[in-house]
Design a protein. Sequence first.
Length: 280
Amino acid sequence: MKAPDFSYYEAKSLSDAIKFKSQDDEAVILAGGQSLLPALNMRLSSPSCLIDISKLKDLSEIKLDDNSIYIGALATHNQVMDNSIIKENFPSLIEILKMVAHPAIRNKGTHGGSIAYGDPAAELPAFAVANNAKIILSGLNGNRSVDANDFYLGLFETDIQPDEILVGINYPLLKSNEKIVFEEVCRRHGDYAMAGLIAKVLINQSVIENLTLVFFATGDRPNLTFNTSELVVKSGYDYSSLKKSLSSEIDFAGDLNSSASMKLHLATILIGKILKKLED
């Protein structure tokens, strides 16, 4: 199948891209293109124009501030994995990115592109929600920051406004007794997950004091749970009670990889795997 007809515009600057996008509601941003181009070829997307921002190198910056790490939207997955700041402060992100497709894809795919595309089966949106990241959007009225959990509104639907472009993500630094733990189930390495879980854990003297659980490939967006997280902290792992809690918090949706009931089962199992990792 071939992509639908569309025009192409290479942005000369961020302000140029924002201005052009604000004038055409059906235009979409092209960065790495690793999600967008397949969607075009499958006729899942029919934009009027592709606005290419891939040459705006100032959007590739990765930097450490006092309390956060900033990753520019155009930083590729491989650039993030190879960055010394990420290696020192977010080694868990490197482990997560190893599960994103394959090396050739990671060489072109961008951090901001994955966050902005909002694929509910992708790892990075869930990582952003688990870390309470701030999504930085730039538009005609300047920049604004959106909490990651408020950014995802539905299936491939985000809070990006017609005149806005995602320019970067701020991740709060982990406390000394915090860690990120990651697990997913997939048929083959690099395939879309059948179900996945990213947990942010606060531990004090081997006791879990606070737990954030964000599931992906389970519903129409990254699924942040509250009651289930509290149940784990209070009572530990009990398959039946956790499965019941998850079914009340997440509207599980089946896809080509697994049914809704299988996703519920796998999500419950993944909690146990996360807890096991914390014991090791």
